[in-house]
Design a protein around this ligand. Structure first.
Ligand code: PCD
Ligand SMILES: [Cu+]
Length: 797
């Protein structure tokens, strides 16, 4: 029997403006954010709190001959100055990185990049701490730096990591995926081979809020409370326990409101460790917050891949194989954040959305005198680089064969009936209907009309470009048998509790940074048990109050933690059924579910709402054996596979032939992230990511001069896009649910950042086709575009 769910018969049915479950629910967190009432790290003031500041190296590579802190210590407001030598005494001068390397917390022997941490001053206020930095005298013996990554492996290159015993070069790792021999064989017989060197320059996540920490060590009970800007509070706590030797149950990590993470807040920076040491040394809480330049110069950068690639195809445009060799610049310490087995992250998704016969990649990681990191900035571990490579190369091939870039993609897509699709480098794509999504994007764009417009403009000497990108991501890391970070399997926990009055709380291991988890995770609970989202409190960001899990990055919250929440809530629903049966004095088999309520089959008026059942659970009803008197459940979810969101993006640009200035005129983005929890939040995520992508394609990069001076150390030099540089986004969607995810959702948080740069660059290159340009490296700044138009080498990045 079916019951029509309306607000009258069932209060849990909701409506469009106030969905109880999935839909366009206004964000629950926004009332506090739009009123300036968010509580960010720097808003926290503890009684007696001191302030730390870091002295950083002005040079990229130098021996430290001496550090004199006498004058700084004499400053009336300074309480302590900590150097690497002090940390050596505590066995804390070096800390493990997320990639099984070590990184100097404070330099002892050498400095290895400009901006490296050298000393830490603790003073009564932030100004005094900064002033005292000027009073520290460091004597450096300058060494030749390694800046050009292509020269890092030369026999005469200076050795950066002479701290590592027996290290005689700057090599970090070689990693490969796919089958080299099979791939070479396909290439040997191919009718057409195109090759290109594609560079994804060093960029920076540049979140609005910089990184910081407040450490509060209580010497009496040995408890450390650590407020941190972190995307992964539980993982941080475990690492602190391992590194500092503090007992894990005596560490509480609190991650307050986070003003954007974008991967930048995954790692553990020296400043966090120094705040802890500072608090232990002074016996007072110590706050450390970096400034913008410190953030841009020393915290995790992203990308920095030089990718040489070849594509083998038939003359008709059937793509057969792709191979690539990448040189990855990891900076001075290998602090890249990746699951252990994958030193180049998920780069092996570079086979894209195409059905290939063979594929092979080799990635060589090297040290240079630059800041460490290599973080997944809006990118599930190097997926961004992979997507950029394949989507640029498909256009290179299309140009060579004089085929339409939309046509060549349609011709090569993995077809719907091929899913689950095992690609040639070890992934199993869960689901997709690529052609449908592509055709929707083409029709939304009016592709044929755009091409006609382009032809007539070209006849007038006007430069208009149309760029396409079709991307597949692999997000939701990941199955524990394949994926861990520092030995911690990549699962996530969730706890759901329904209080006696029918209000609920859900506790998460993941950590929102602006994505709206307080809304969407309440919506998952609402969808499953029909409690209105406003009656569901989402708790996160405090290790004392949430279950263990690996945190938010790589668009994994919905795929992993979202699964945990759905399954935990279903347990609550099943438990509610048993309790309802006891309350109604019927057998559980005789009950049917409609959102928010169990009722007797054949007699819908006999039923119990979740609120009634909650009260019943905590009340006096005789409960069946084995059922506790509560409506609580918890689950740790270990996903069986990752999810594979995808999308079709089309970008239209106009290039000024006189100046090389690129204007993004239109951008059409059709995304497929499976089941959509909150379409409004999804659109916001896509808008943000597209803006990111335009920034990287046209403006953003962290450059270095020959001495290793960072040229992107402020927002005067590191240009981030504003509303001025982007068009009104045109978004649309298709829905292909993930077959293995409890609610069919795939991640969306990074899709647009991943998918958009190739669309923009492909559009710029397309605009420049009349000049014979077939490739241009990002960022497509006016000077570089103009040089390309003159047939000149583009200025270095
Ligand atoms: N299907 C679906 C999916 C999803 N969703 C939604 O959306 C969002 C997102 O999601 P995801 O995809 O799951 O993701 P997550 O994990 O949450 O997040 C993360 C991401 O996110 C993004 N976004 C964002 N936003 C903001 N605002 N901020 C930030 O910071 C950020 N970041 C970025 C990044 S970069 Mo990495 O970290 O690099 O790795 S990663 C990342 C959330 O809310 C959710 O729930 C929905 O609704 N539906
Ligand atoms: Cu990446």
């Amino acid at each position: 029997m079916t019951v029509t769910e309306t607000r009258e018969t069932n209060p849990a049915a909701g409506d469009e403006s106030r969905p109880i479950g999935f839909g366009r629910l206004q964000r629950k967190e926004d009332p506090r954010f739009v009123r300036g009432k968010g509580k960010y790290l720097d808003d926290i003031v503890l009684p007696g709190m001191l302030h730390g500041a870091i002295l950083r190296s002005p040079v990229a590579h130098a021996k430290i001959l001496s550090i004199d802190t006498t004058e700084a210590l004499a400053h009336p407001k300074v309480l302590a100055v900590i150097t690497g030598t002090d940390l050596e005494g505590l066995n804390l001068a070096w800390a493990p990185t997320l990639s099984y390397d070590v990184q100097a917390v404070l330099a002892t022997d050498k400095v290895r990049f400009q901006g490296q941490e050298v000393a830490f001053v603790i003073a009564e206020d932030r100004y005094a701490a900064r002033d005292a930095l000027e009073l520290i005298d460091v004597d450096y013996d300058i060494l030749d730096p390694v800046i050009d990554v292509r020269k890092a492996l030369d026999a005469d290159a200076p050795i950066i990591r002479d701290d590592k015993e027996g290290k005689t070069d700057n090599h970090i790792f070689d990693w490969e995926a796919g089958n080299e021999a099979e791939t070479d064989a396909v290439f040997a017989d191919a009718e057409v081979v195109v090759s290109e060197e594609v560079i994804y320059p060093r960029v920076h996540p540049a979140p609005m809020e910089t990184c910081g920490a407040i450490a509060d060590y209580d010497a009496i009970d040995g408890k450390l409370t650590l407020y941190e800007t972190t995307q992964a509070p539980h993982a941080h706590r475990t690492v602190f326990a391992l590194v500092a030797g503090l007992p894990e149950h005596k560490i509480r990590v609190i991650s307050p409101d986070i003003g954007g993470g974008f991967g930048n807040k995954v790692g553990i920076y020296p400043g966090y460790i120094l705040a802890v040491v500072g608090s232990i040394v002074t016996g007072k809480p110590v706050k450390w917050v970096e400034d913008r330049s410190e953030n841009l110069m020393s915290t995790s950068f992203a990308r920095d891949y030089i990718m040489k690639a070849d594509v083998a195809a038939t003359r008709e445009g059937k793509i057969l194989a792709v191979r690539t060799h990448v040189i990855a610049d990891h900076g001075a310490f290998n602090a890249s954040a990746n699951p252990t087995k994958y030193p180049a992250g998920f780069f092996h998704i570079f086979t894209g959305s195409y059905d290939l016969q063979a594929a092979y990649c080799k990635v060589t990681g090297v040290y240079t005198n630059k800041a460490p990191g290599g973080v997944a900035y809006a990118c599930s571990f190097r997926v961004t680089e992979a997507v950029y490579l394949i989507e640029r190369m498909v256009d290179v091939l299309a140009a060579e064969l004089e085929l339409d870039p939309a046509q060549i993609r349609l011709q090569n897509f993995i077809r719907p009936e091929q899913f689950p699709y095992a690609n040639k480098t070890g992934w199993e794509y869960d689901s997709g209907d690529y052609e449908k999504t592509m055709r929707l994007a083409l029709s939304r764009a009016g592709y044929d009309e755009l091409r006609a417009e382009q032809a007539s403009k070209r006849a007038n000497g006007e430069l208009m470009g149309i760029g396409i990108s079709f991307f597949t991501e692999t997000v939701g890391a990941g199955p524990r048998r394949h994926m861990d970070i520092l030995g911690l399997g990549m699962a996530d926990g969730a706890e759901v509790r329904v209080h006696p009055t029918g209000k609920a709380v859900v506790r998460l291991s993941v950590q929102t940074q602006g994505q709206g988890h307080e809304t969407t995770f309440a919506q998952i609970v609402a969808e499953e048990i029909g409690i209105p989202p406003e009656d569901i409190e989402v708790v996160h960001g405090d290790t004392d109050n949430t279950p263990f899990g690996l945190g938010t990055y790589g668009s994994r919250s919905t795929p992993v933690s979202g699964g945990a929440v759905a399954l935990a809530t279903r347990k609550v629903r099943e438990k509610a059924k048993l309790i309802a049966a006891a309350m109604l004095e019927v057998r559980p088999e005789d009950l049917e579910w409609e959102k928010g309520r169990w009722f007797v089959t054949g007699d819908p008026s006999q039923g119990k709402t979740m609120a009634e059942i909650a009260m019943g659970a905590h009340g006096t009803v005789e409960l069946p054996d084995g059922i506790d008197g509560n409506l609580d459940a918890e689950v740790t979810y270990n996903p069986p596979n990752l999810t594979f969101p995808y999308g079709a993006y089309i970008c239209v640009v106009d290039v000024d032939p006189g100046t090389g200035h690129v204007k993004v005129r239109r951008f059409i983005a059709v995304d497929d992230c499976g089941t959509r929890i909150n379409p409004m939040i999804i659109e916001g995520q896509v808008h943000g990511g597209l803006t990111d992508g335009v920034g990287m394609a046209l403006m953003e990069f962290i450059g270095f001069d020959e001495q290793g001076n960072c040229l992107g150390g402020s927002f005067m030099d590191y240009l981030i896009p504003t509303a001025m540089e982007v068009p009104d986004w045109e978004t649309d969607f298709t829905v292909t649910p993930s077959p293995h995810h409890p609610i069919g959702a795939k991640g969306i948080g990074e899709s647009a950042t991943v998918g958009s740069p190739p669309a923009v660059v492909n559009a710029v290159v397309d605009a420049l086709a009349p000049y014979g340009v077939t490739h241009l490296d990002m960022p497509c700044t006016p000077d570089r575009v103009w040089a390309a138009m003159q047939g000149r080498a583009t200025p270095p990045i």
